[in-house]
Design a protein around this ligand. Structure first.
Ligand code: SF4
Length: 57
């Protein structure tokens, strides 16, 4: 039996700095039809800032 979290995510091979655990959390929220507030008013710690891919840092 496999865990859903072990399956590669679409486009995961493209590294834009967003952490895998963040993407999994966002996927879980999407399954529950929960939205994530725009990060212009507060960083959601996606990880893009760690490799200079975030324009807010
Ligand atoms: S502000 Fe930057 S690092 Fe924070 S959630 Fe938005 S894109 Fe990601």
């Amino acid at each position: 039996m496999f865990e859903l979290a072990d399956i590669p995510l679409p486009f995961e091979y493209i590294d834009v700095g967003i952490r895998r655990d963040y993407l999994l959390k966002e996927r879980d929220k999407a399954y529950k039809a929960e939205a994530t507030v725009d990060c212009n008013n507060g960083c959601r710690a996606c990880g893009a800032n760690m490799i200079g891919r975030c324009e807010q840092f």
